[in-house]
Design a binder for this molecule. Structure first.
Ligand code: ZN
Length: 281
């Protein structure tokens, strides 16, 4: 699954590149994708001739506003890619939708892992059509969250810290990688319970979250081996070299940058959590 910094990187590019472009034609190559928009004919008809007014984001959902009062909502899942192309470029395998604009080429949606969603929705029916949009936690890249408010939200949780950070209903879209990096930067173990945290620790956790998310956007997201993430021009994200703990255990991993001991991994809630035994307490 792409995380918040990757989706925000894509959103910023799309907003800059597509705002005020008009869709001339739509090619739908994966019929099943149109199911939630009323079938292929409706999907195409609702998009053709529409002008894109801007690209916003709600959690990991990209929302392309249209001048028809509708919204094209896209969730990229783990293997979705949105790519700018010239009209004459060869269609790559796994391309599921191609939008041709009246000028400035195309936008193509690729689905490399079979988990992309793409829905045309009336703007006033968003949460009725996509109920997932309603159950979302705080989004620090969309709206700054003061640390006191962040502290209250975290303290209200009973699960352990790693589970709190990866819960989209608490904080949206951090995923495994950014959660592990945030806990390392804050010096906190994955299995701490929120009610054991003092004010200084909550402050550190808040600062680590904000800094890491903004750093990751600055480096245009993270593309690890085996990840499908690329930006709209096909360029991988550059954050991988700034990773401290995630997937750094074992022989090929980098040691902890603070204490130079090997990074540990622990199987927690069916996923690996990476941390430094020495520096995270
Ligand atoms: Zn360490």
């Amino acid at each position: 699954m792409l995380a918040l910094p990757e989706v925000e990187t894509i959103r910023r590019d799309l907003d800059r590149e597509l705002s005020s472009l008009r869709i001339k034609s739509v090619e739908l190559l994966e019929i099943g994708l149109a199911k939630r928009s009323g079938g292929k004919k409706k999907f195409v008809g609702r998009l053709e001739k529409a002008k894109i007014t801007g690209v916003r984001r709600r959690g990991l959902y990209l929302m392309m506003g249209l001048d028809t009062g509708e919204v094209l909502v896209i969730h990229l899942g783990a293997g979705g890619q949105l790519r700018r192309h010239a009209n004459r470029d060869e269609i790559e395998p796994n391309t599921v939708v191609s939008l041709t604009f009246t000028k400035k080429g195309q936008l193509r949606l690729l689905d490399q892992a079979g988990d992309v969603e793409c829905i045309v929705v009336r703007a006033d029916k968003l949460t009725q059509t996509i109920p997932e949009l309603e159950i979302m936690g705080i989004d620090p890249l969309d709206q700054p969250v003061p640390w006191r408010m962040f502290g209250q939200i975290v303290l209200a949780q009973e699960a352990k810290l790693k589970a709190v950070l990866t819960d989209d209903r608490v904080i949206v879209g951090l995923g495994e990688l950014y959660s592990d990096e945030i806990l390392f930067a804050a010096g906190l173990r994955y299995d701490r319970t929120p009610n054991s945290l003092g004010p200084q620790e909550l402050r550190r956790l808040h600062r680590a979250m904000v800094e890491i998310l903004h750093d990751a956007v600055k480096h245009r997201g993270c593309t690890l081996e085996g990840s499908y993430y690329v930006d709209v021009h096909g360029v991988p994200g550059g954050y991988a070299e700034y990773i401290n703990v995630f997937k750094q255990s074992g022989r090929n991993g980098r040691p902890c940058p603070r204490c130079h001991r090997a990074i540990q991994k622990y199987r927690y809630r069916r996923r690996w959590t990476y941390y430094c035994e020495q520096c995270q307490i």
